[in-house]
Write a protein that binds this ligand. Structure first.
Ligand code: GLU
Length: 375
């Protein structure tokens, strides 16, 4: 891929159910293989990929329709969707593992619920796991955990889930492959004057008004959830593009400039994120660090347990803590990776000592540089 996609290092690709599954014939295998080819090309040039794949409910529903014909013709009740997802997710994971496995790419299945991206503690866990998969050059295949997510605690659509994942992982680009090739000024099916917008610089009320409702029996999104996704992604500094997945090799086509709508990322995303940390009113404790660590933090490094001399408060992983110098002055704040008790054990220790003390599974960083504001 040497065209439009070449400049993006970490890419989240969201694939809608209607593209992946045909309710009559099952997985659209030939199409998926063409997409897998494109994905493999991105991996080969060293790009990092995260897939958000819908389709579990549609696949499970299709499988169960052989027992109950009505399942393919009517909306499902919540428990039916959940049970269908349980059945379909197995098939979905398998097919991804097969089509990417054919290119020598390992995949890892990650099922998330709303709390995993909205609660800081769980957010850090999910981020670390997905980060590890990427470090192994494997491709996370993400879906909502539909079997346990009830109405109150679910995203309900993978557009916003994909945007939350993209912002959580600091992705450079989010691609929404859809059955429509972009955002139109009016519904293209009913308005002959509808025009495709090639670039959206800011999501204004006028842009939001262009997104009508268009959910069908098989897909739960529509343009509204795509615009909501664009808001989440662009504010986090991730560009987003809506492109058609109805063609073979959809990413290669996008790379070569296929019709699509590009949403520009906010120009100051890091500041936004850090402003959020800086704006946390409640801090749960403090970490005092030595001069060497202060120097390291000021040059943009993460805080390691070795540089810590003292700790206060009853904080838990994911809480915001103050970072103090040896005279007790606040020099910054950040989201801590350890619970207080573990941090106490780790205090002042080198990586080797930590491995001995906490086993191979300890987290090497106490506060990640992306989760820190230094004043
Ligand atoms: N998580 C749902 C599924 O896999 C899809 C949600 C969506 O279509 O956006 O079936």
């Amino acid at each position: 891929m040497t065209g439009k996609l070449a400049q993006y290092q970490r890419i989240v690709v969201k694939i809608g159910s209607a593209l992946l599954v045909d309710l009559e014939t099952g997985v659209r295998r030939a199409w998926l293989e063409s997409l897998a080819n494109d994905l493999a090309a991105i991996c080969q040039r060293g790009g990092e990929l995260i897939i958000v794949s819908s389709g579990s409910i549609a696949l499970g529903r299709r499988q169960m329709s052989t027992h109950d014909m009505t399942l393919s013709q009517r909306p499902l009740k919540l428990e039916e969707s959940q049970a269908a997802a349980a059945i379909g997710q197995i098939a979905l994971g398998r097919v991804w593992s097969e089509v990417l496995g054919a290119h020598g790419i390992e995949v890892g299945q990650v099922l998330l619920t709303l709390g995993d991206t909205e609660e800081r503690r769980r957010y850090l866990n999910a981020r670390d796991t997905i980060g590890q998969l990427l470090q192994w050059s494997s491709v996370p295949i993400i879906n909502e955990n539909d079997t346990v997510a009830t109405n109150e605690i679910r995203y309900g659509d993978n557009d916003r889930l994909a945007a939350r994942v993209a912002s959580m992982m600091d992705a450079d680009l989010l691609v929404l492959l859809s059955d429509i090739d972009g955002l139109y000024t009016a519904p293209p099916g009913s308005d002959p004057n509808a025009e495709l917008l090639e670039v959206v610089d800011a999501i204004t009320p006028a842009i939001e008004a262009m997104a009508g409702e268009s959910a069908s029996l098989i897909s739960s999104g529509g343009m509204r959830t795509k615009i909501a996704a664009a808001k989440i992604a662009t504010q986090a500094g991730t560009e987003m593009v809506i492109a058609s997945g109805k063609v073979a090799h959809p990413l290669a086509q996008l790379d070569q400039g296929a019709r699509s709508t590009w949403f520009a990322a906010s120009s100051n995303p890091i500041n936004n994120r850090r402003r959020w940390i800086a704006g946390t009113l409640e801090t749960s404790g403090s970490i005092t660090i030595d001069d060497g660590a202060i120097k390291a933090l000021r040059s943009g490094k993460s805080l390691l347990p070795a540089g810590v001399t003292d700790l206060h408060g009853a904080f838990f992983r994911g809480d915001t803590v103050l970072i103090l110098d040896s005279s007790g002055e606040t020099i910054g704040r950040g989201l801590v990776e350890y619970d207080f008790e573990d941090a106490k054990k780790a205090l002042g220790r080198s990586s080797d000592e930590l491995t001995q003390l906490l086993g191979e599974n300890y987290r090497s960083v106490l506060i990640h540089r992306d989760d820190m504001v230094i004043e």
